[in-house]
Design a protein around this ligand. Structure first.
Ligand code: NDP
Length: 246
């Protein structure tokens, strides 16, 4: 993977957890955070993909990452509590959390949307992020200037036909970000959301199979904002940001 943004050590000394770090935007974010000096914790469903991200980071000479294989679909509250305790005992704190992993579900009329698919999308995109953030608050409180980033979508800011549970889940993600941010207004943890915009990944290709991916931004192109929000230079909270100009 080529250099993403100017080499600086703005994330030096930070421990950052990235969900969905085995592919697409999450993989690029994990690499960019490592490139800027962070120790990254790679969380995702498919261990092989996480190992590929791990290998690329190690090959580039950045700090050795950690790997947490976890399927957000089936993970329980206790899994997240155990994970948080492991992070505190191994790293002493958590400086950054990027909620990136998501399920797309189906693109179809909402009155035909199957309930089991609806529940799965809500579990992966909303409930798992609630459980994980809740469990990790003690670890985030141990960091000096912690940052939590949620991943939104343009259909999480304006509803769109046929985007069903995914669209509703992204509205919920924005709401969750705002509730956490408001409750932690007087605490250094900042909570923000990023809408990546159309980006050439597997999820985008699934949603728009006829689209030419060469017409889209690559995940690496978005990384300046992802890095900035994790760094101490960004001090705002409750912001719903766009990684690409509209
Ligand atoms: P990808 O499909 O390329 O990557 C998604 C990642 O999430 C994969 O690493 C995948 O792991 C992981 N993941 C999915 N389900 C689970 C699960 N149950 N448990 C653990 N990990 C899981 O998608 P993108 O990179 O495109 O998407 C990243 C984020 O950006 C998402 O939140 C998406 O909604 C958002 N987004 C993307 C846009 C785009 O155009 N690409 C536009 C707007 C928003 P595995 O590979 O192992 O399945």
């Amino acid at each position: 993977m080529q250099d993403i943004v100017n080499e600086t050590n703005c994330l030096e000394g930070k421990v950052i957890l990235v969900t969905g770090a085995g592919a697409g935007i999450g993989k690029a974010a994990a690499f960019a955070y490592a490139q800027h000096g962070a120790e990254v914790i790679l969380l995702g469903k498919t261990t092989k993909k996480l190992e590929q991200t791990y290998d690329e980071i190690e090959k580039a000479g950045y700090k050795q990452p950690a790997i947490i294989p976890l399927d957000l679909k089936g993970a329980t509250e206790q899994n997240y509590i155990d994970m948080a305790n492991t992070i505190i005992s191994q790293f002493g704190r958590l400086d950054g959390l990027l909620h990136n992993a998501s399920a797309l579900g189906g693109i179809m009329p909402i009155d035909q949307y199957p309930l089991d698919m609806w529940n799965e999308v809500m579990q992966v995109n909303v409930t798992s992020q609630f459980m994980m953030t809740k469990a990790l608050i003690p670890a985030l409180k141990l960091a000096e200037k912690p940052s939590v980033i949620f991943t939104s979508s343009s259909v999480g800011r304006k509803g769109r036909a046929y985007w069903g549970a995914y669209s509703v889940s992204k509205f919920a993600t924005e709401g969750m970000m705002q509730v956490f941010a408001d409750e932690f207004e007087f605490h250094p943890i900042k909570f923000n959301s990023i809408n990546p915009g159309a980006t050439a990944t597997r999820m985008r290709a699934k949603a728009y199979p006829a689209e030419d991916p060469n017409t889209l931004k690559q995940p690496a192109d978005l990384m300046p904002l992802y890095v900035q929000l994790m760094s101490d230079v960004y001090t705002k909270t409750t912001q719903a940001l766009d990684a690409q100009p509209k």
